[in-house]
Design a protein around this ligand. Sequence first.
Ligand code: FMN
Length: 455
Amino acid sequence: MTRDLVLGVFEMLYPNNAHPTWRHPHARADRYTDLDHWLGLATLLDDAGLEFLFFADSYGYATDGAGDLLDVGARHGVQFGQLDPMMIVTALTAATRDLGIVVTSQTTVEAPYASARRFATLDHLTRGRIGWNMVTGASPNSIARTFGQQVLPDHAARYDIADEFADICYQLWEGSWADDALRGDVAGDVWADPARIRPVDHRGEHRTSTGVFGVPPSPQRTPTLFQAGTSARGRDFAALHAEVVFLQGTSTASCAEHVADLRRRAEGHGRTDGLRVVTGVSVVVDPDAGRAADLRAELDAQFRPEDAAALYLANTGIDLLALDPDLPISTQSTEQGRTALERFTATGEPTVAEVLEKFRAHGLRGFQVTGDPASVGDQLAEIVAATDVDGFMFEPTFGDHGAFVDVVEHVLPELERRGLRTPGRRTTGTLRERMGGTGPRLPASHPAAAHRWPA
Ligand SMILES: Cc1cc2nc3c(=O)[nH]c(=O)nc-3n(C[C@H](O)[C@H](O)[C@H](O)COP(=O)(O)O)c2cc1C
């Protein structure tokens, strides 16, 4: 039986990927501001039948102790130089037939109404091909400064805000307009029926919104919901809201534990619709296994300790270079992102120096798979069998499209041969349906459905 993994690509509108490869001949720092670069990628993936293109994004950057941009952030473009992915969504969907586009947008400083309006607009203009990666936001300290927030809400409060933010969006998307509110009745002179449009009335501890939604119902209403962030609180947020959770698997054991835990938590919230989990994977494949190994070594050499420390600092607020290298990392705690800390404290007692080297070698990537096509196919099959993930998000390597051309040419056929993907699979419809949903709208067991008008 074919399992039919869902497949997408992880990208960002940055000069670098998570890793500063910008000086490499196969980088894209000189092209990432060019729309043609992204059109080329979107059409490559769409032609191959992949389900989605995912854009990570953050307003945040790595800062020093005084809160200023870290020099190395600018010199090497470490999580810096970010364009806004929302702005290119319609160009990409106009140039492709079915590819879904997932945009990361955070809940700490955005305004729920404005965000809901942007996603509903995109849902219309893409005919239901938009997804939202709901995050509380990487590098919140720098964001708090640039957005003029005097006090950064702590980790728990940021997730509480995210819960309220999502609930307001659900009320606007699912509850403000009845299904039959938009009449378009020229003879009767009724564009929309005011009796079938109602205000939301959310007066929360953190966010308030009272009023009707200005955007008429779109194909999915709520965009397909993605989430990333695996602290205990992050997982619970995912289990309540997400339809697709994005993990960065590092070992099959910890990834399997996360997947099982997420599914358990989702059932605990009465989610019977089946949470899908995808893991990031960085594939270096070449028909010549020796050349693949050489390329992987070349890629690893791009990521220097000072870059790794800057990226770690941007995500956790912990400056590994300022700490005693022999100190156990478990002595540290953070109110910024916890995923990159808990990943090291969950197993063993690594020192600061060991964490820096492990993070340099692995960074924010998921599984790292290297070899000839058959070996890569075997390794991916092993990951699926061991972890029960539903799909993969392929990550860039040096930065240009080469990694994805290789995936399409060498990896897809191997997945098909192993019964992990129907040969030539190309689903159609909204992103939700392409990700396995039974219709364009959220299922009844999702909390957003409670806001709908009675049938
Ligand atoms: C795999 C992964 C990808 C993420 N991608 C983004 C992103 O693109 N933008 C962002 O602002 N935060 C991103 N985050 C941050 C989280 O979504 C989350 O808001 C943050 O890590 C704090 O939650 P945590 O403590 O649960 O990790 C990502 C986290 C993980 C684990």
